[in-house]
Design a protein around this ligand. Structure first.
Ligand SMILES: Nc1ncnc2c1ncn2[C@@H]1O[C@H](COP(=O)(O)OP(=O)(O)OP(=O)(O)O)[C@@H](O)[C@H]1O
Ligand SMILES: [Mg+2]
Length: 347
């Protein structure tokens, strides 16, 4: 798809921690492309850099680990907006705080027209995203104001109705504070607030964390139905490939800060031994319905971060193993819309 048709094009994102002379890349050359009316998934275990990646899209980045390389182009208007390119505050030895804060201030003012207006985010725990001091209706009102609509109870009830509350329930929930809601109700209230802002893109960062297994599936089905109904695009983050399989069109597989595979979700699930070795491991977990746990995060590896657990690496001779350990795996196209980062795929 040509670049101009994309709503989000994030390229070569590198986010780096600096301790004295030491550099640790928590995200390495990550990328993400979001076409309109598409749901894109990011899957990976805890600590793989999923939240840092989507935070960079909204400019919600800390000083450390700051963005040290990459670029972001947003395509919500006719002319694509080159929002940032490379973190300018890192020279070879030190982080330049002054340059960083100037850059961050400019970014914040530039992102005002996107945050909540074009792109909304639902964070890991719904209740944490809600303001504990405001009734749900007041939080929908805030969101309606962002969309340029005057705050009114009919619109608030319309969005609550659309998000799975029947008429009686919607008026009751509208008058309640977040702590009075159950986990599932809070999640649907967050969805009503998000959708009422009319933003074209919804980023859902593990929206089902903290819900029980049955409610997790129901919530994801619900989110997908809402996005389809209101023709929104989405980035959905999950630990679990099984969850994303049903709700996304395209999937990115991340491991310890690196995107190891990207393709149509159907191809990521094909299970013919043709995917990245890490994706193959996730596919095994799909079958058992399990989720990926957290492994110790080692981001100081120059080569493939997965080599120590890779079944193909073990079959390689010493020379090929050295290459996996020491050189960043190249991006190999398997198809026009599908790639893996793996030395084993090099012809
Ligand atoms: N401000 C920070 N300072 C130091 N390390 C950080 C900071 N923010 C994130 N990290 C580290 O960067 C790595 C990636 O973090 P990130 O939150 O993006 O992971 P994630 O894939 O979203 O994980 P989870 O599934 O647990 O939410 C983790 O190892 C995390 O500990
Ligand atoms: Mg996260």
């Amino acid at each position: 798809m040509p670049q101009t048709n994309l709503l989000i094009k994030l390229d070569g994102l590198t986010m780096t921690l600096a301790k004295g002379e030491r550099r640790q890349h928590l995200v390495r050359t990550a990328e993400l492309e979001l076409p309109p009316r598409t749901a894109v998934g990011i899957v990976g275990e805890s600590g793989s850099g999923k939240t840092l990646t989507v935070s960079s899209i909204l400019g919600l980045v800390p000083f450390l680990p700051g963005i040290t390389a990459g670029s972001l182009v947003l395509g919500y208007d006719q002319t694509p907006d080159n929002v940032w390119r490379d973190g300018p505050w890192l020279n070879r030895r030190v982080y330049d705080r002054r340059k960083y804060f100037t850059w961050q201030r400019r970014l914040t003012s530039r992102m005002k027209r996107y945050r909540g207006k074009k792109i909304s985010i639902i964070f890991q725990k719904a209740k944490v995203s809600l303001n504990p001091f405001l009734k749900i209706k007041d939080q929908v009102f805030e969101s309606l104001k962002i969309a340029g609509e005057s705050p009114n109870i009919d619109s608030a009830l319309y969005w609550l109705n659309n998000c799975g509350f029947n008429a009686g329930e919607a008026s009751r929930i509208a008058d309640q504070y977040p702590h009075q809601l159950s986990g599932g109700q809070a999640q649907r209230a967050v969805m009503a607030i998000t959708l009422s802002s009319q933003s074209q893109t919804v980023i859902a960062d593990e929206p089902t964390t903290g819900l029980d297994a049955k409610l997790q599936v129901e919530t994801l089905i619900f989110i997908k139905q809402m996005l389809d109904k209101f023709e929104r695009s989405a980035i959905i983050i999950s630990h679990n490939l099984y969850s994303l399989a049903k709700f996304t069109d395209i999937c990115y597989v991340m491991y310890r800060g690196l995107t190891l595979e990207k393709g149509p979700t159907a191809k990521i699930l094909e299970h013919k031994g043709t995917n990245h070795p890490y994706t193959q491991k996730l596919q095994g977990l799909v079958e058992s319905g399990d989720v990926v746990g957290q492994t110790q995060v080692r981001t100081d590896i120059a080569g493939c971060p997965f080599y120590a657990n890779c079944h193909i690496y073990r079959k390689f001779d010493a020379g090929a193993q050295k290459r996996c350990r020491e050189s960043e795996p190249p991006k190999i196209s398997l198809d026009s819309d599908h790639y893996v980062r793996c030395w084993a795929f090099e012809k």
